[in-house]
Unconditional design. Structure first.
Length: 387
């Protein structure tokens, strides 16, 4: 029987690392040190208490929790619109907001509405693997812009101006995964305005907003372009990964196309998750406490990792990742990560997930797990590497 070409999509290797770490943890003898999980960008904290309580109240009231409108509960969309006014000073109408099944559900909706098969969509490398894998599965063509520490692993306006032919689309992420670097507001504004003037559809991944550490301010592409698509999610700052809830801020010309696609592909995001997400947006004190713990873990790692031999780390402006150049230690980061799991009990993700050409000398460490484990990681690595 025929198998569709989309079935040839490359794996998201971090999911294989998760499986290997689970197997390793299950095989540990009683009393052995546990596995430190630094492979996946999943907060170690659960949904904020207010979100869980809102869900309990809704379920206890016997609400049917059926389908919502395809774009989600109007009250949640209004709350998200208020977030843009309060956090960014940007007016976004709730009619332009689509609640989605996580950011992962938002990307195919945006790509299908904005692009056709064969269209070229540019992105920085290293990059979040599903960008390219989803585009490829949909018949579109990822175009990689190799970036490094000199550009802070972000695309530049000069790179875009040199592209010939120009792509139909551009994906930017600030803070980005895996490097955690950000575009300054002026840089994002320049890129957004260039895209609009050049007929290039900008997709701005802003799912790590709220988790920033340096001096670079958060800004949204919605402030600079009427044609940009913004993707966000409750998975990261709001610690609601498994609830599968995210959103899009859409330009006017894509509102109805995305709505029709959402009606057919997903019907709606889970009703109960929408109720919880709306409540989560008012749980600032608890969420900021989570963020403070991530900041302490980040500081401990940035101090301890160089002593363990990890001396080249990307500027970690935001998100909760450290992108480490380990070329002085290995030219096979996949094997290096496997040995790290076996001998140091630390799960990390090979850079090959994020950069197929240069990733063999990089790995990504996530520090959103338990704070005490993040503090322990450098000592384990130093012992393994004989430092």
């Amino acid at each position: 029987m025929k198998v569709g070409r989309a079935a040839d999509a490359p794996p998201f290797l971090v999911m294989d690392v998760i499986a290997a770490a689970n197997a390793r943890a299950a095989a540990l003898p009683p009393g052995a040190p546990g596995i430190i999980r630094m492979e996946v960008g999943q907060p170690g904290t659960g949904a904020p208490r207010g979100a869980a309580e809102a869900a309990i109240r809704a379920l206890s009231a016997g609400a049917p929790m059926g389908y919502t409108e395809a774009f989600g509960l109007r009250s949640l969309r209004a709350r998200i619109a208020r977030h843009y006014a309060e956090h960014y000073g940007v007016a976004v109408t709730e009619a332009r907001i689509a609640v989605t099944v996580g950011a992962s559900g938002a990307f195919p909706l945006a790509f299908l509405a904005a692009f056709d098969p064969g269209d070229r969509v540019a992105m920085a490398a290293p990059f979040y693997p599903p960008y390219a894998n989803i585009l490829t599965a949909l018949g579109m063509r990822p175009v990689l812009l190799p970036c490094d520490a000199a550009t802070r692993f972000q695309p530049t306006l000069a790179m875009l101006e040199r592209m010939d032919p120009r792509p139909e689309g551009l994906i930017v992420a600030s803070p980005c995964n895996p490097a955690g670097t950000m575009l300054a507001p002026g840089e994002l504004a320049a890129i957004a305005r260039w895209c609009h003037a050049s007929g290039v559809r900008l997709i701005s991944d802003e799912i790590y907003h709220g988790l920033t550490w340096g001096t670079v301010a958060e800004s949204t592409a919605a402030a600079f372009s009427d044609s940009a698509v913004v993707v966000n999610s409750f998975s990261k700052y709001w610690s609601m990964t498994g609830w599968r809830i995210g959103w899009l801020v859409l330009p006017e010309d894509l509102v109805r196309p995305v709505e029709c696609l959402a009606q057919n592909m997903f019907i709606s995001a889970p009703h109960i998750a929408q109720v919880a997400a709306e409540a989560a947006m008012d749980c600032t004190e608890e969420l900021e406490a989570n963020k403070a713990a991530y900041a302490r873990s980040r500081a401990a790692l940035l101090e301890g990792l160089p002593k363990a031999g990890f001396t080249s780390i990307a500027a970690a402006d935001g998100a909760f990742y450290l992108w480490c150049d380990v070329g002085h230690l290995t030219n096979d980061s996949a094997r290096f990560c496997a040995e790290m799991l076996e001998h140091a009990g630390i799960a990390a993700t090979t850079g090959l997930d994020f950069d197929r050409e240069r990733g063999s000398r990089f790995l990504r460490l996530s520090y959103c797990g338990r704070e005490e484990e993040m503090a322990e990681a450098p000592a384990r690595l130093a012992a393994w590497l004989g430092r």
